[in-house]
Write a protein that binds this ligand. Structure first.
Ligand code: PEP
Ligand code: MN
Length: 332
């Protein structure tokens, strides 16, 4: 149950009411926004007089539910917006990992050439094997910060544990929480304590309910700026790396108020399938796409098979613009 307290309620009263309801007091809302379990179906009589409005939700998808907030949240990223009434499809392009100054500069120049707003590149890589490239760490973040200043691009990069969050906030415009980190409560909590936009990726073995509930940890911490990212789930199929759950995307668009970004690169795992999937995703009217692109994918230090080369990326961009236009959206 979501509870909006009346304006004249003091902080102390608010804490007392929260204790009675076993509710969270959401940060940054003047102690007026409380969230209790969705199992609570009626307000206890003794608190009713303090309450302006309450919302009974059918499950613990609460702050993210359209039954609470019908419109898709508007999220400001640098100078750009997604969600709200903006009809923007934000393309996030760039390599899987930041590998060198030369490589990330060349990716930034590609995005500028195409007027694309947002550069990605991992610095703390959550690799499956400890014996592979783990990312440039702080040096990578510094390079991303340079690209942000020099090319006026939004930057997104991932955190692998909670100790990275502050540094990523400093050098980027969106914090990415990867599929493997989605259950990390230290990260979720820390991301709730900031207002920096967060891209939360769906774990590959995660139900939609669990996925959105992970977002609820960030929202109930007081960060309103959460974006969901579908990046493929694990099924019985082995010919592709994962299976992009477009049915799930329809669910998220219908029932949640969070912008949704699709990542065809990690879902497919092979560059040949990425352009078709990206076009299909764009036609669904989503808020953004995440596409890995590398100056020479054959030598990429991570996710080499799935990264597009520049020619493929340029061709894809042309067709995405046409599809977006046809459905009244703008690629940014
Ligand atoms: C990535 O974006 O490079 C990445 C590691 O993605 P995921 O967390 O979805 O596997
Ligand atoms: Mn990757």
């Amino acid at each position: 149950m979501i509870v909006h307290l009346k304006d004249n309620i003091s902080e102390q009263e608010s804490l007392k009411i929260a204790e009675k309801l076993k509710a969270i007091v959401v940060r940054g809302k003047n102690n007026k926004l409380l969230v209790a379990s969705s199992k609570m179906k009626a307000l206890p009589e003794e608190v009713a007089e303090f309450v302006e409005e309450s919302f009974v939700l059918s499950s613990d998808i609460q702050l993210a539910s359209r039954d609470y907030m019908p419109e898709t949240r508007e999220i400001k990223i640098g100078k750009n917006y997604i969600g709200g009434s903006h009809n923007n499809t934000m393309v996030i392009g760039g390599p899987c990992s930041v590998e060198s100054e030369e490589q990330i500069t060349s990716a930034a120049e590609l995005l500028k050439e195409l007027n694309i707003s947002t550069l990605r590149g991992g610095c703390f890589k959550p690799r499956t094997s400890p014996y592979t490239f783990q990312g440039l760490g702080m040096e990578g973040l510094r390079l991303l910060g340079e690209m942000r200043d020099k090319y006026d691009l939004n930057i997104i990069t991932e955190v692998k544990d909670a100790t990275h969050v502050d540094a990523v906030i400093e050098h980027s415009d969106i914090i990415q929480i990867g599929a493997k980190a989605m259950y990390d409560h230290g990260i979720l909590k820390k991301c709730g304590e900031t207002d920096k936009p967060v891209l939360l990726k769906r774990g590959f073995g995660t139900t939609l309910q669990e996925f959105v509930q992970a977002a609820e940890f960030i929202l109930s911490g007081g960060n309103d700026n959460v974006i969901l990212c579908e990046r493929g789930i694990r099924t019985f199929e082995t010919k592709t790396r994962f299976t992009l759950d477009l049915c799930g995307v329809s669910f998220l668009k219908e029932y949640t108020n969070l912008p949704v970004i699709l990542d065809p690169s990690h879902a497919m795992g092979y560059a040949y399938g990425v352009p078709d999937l990206a076009r299909a995703c764009t036609a669904m009217g989503v808020d953004g796409l995440l596409i890995e692109v590398h100056p020479d994918p054959s030598v990429a230090k991570s996710d080499a098979d799935q990264q597009l080369n520049y020619e493929e990326f340029r061709d894809l961009y042309k067709s995405l613009s046409a599809i977006a236009k046809a459905i009244g959206r703008t690629i940014i």
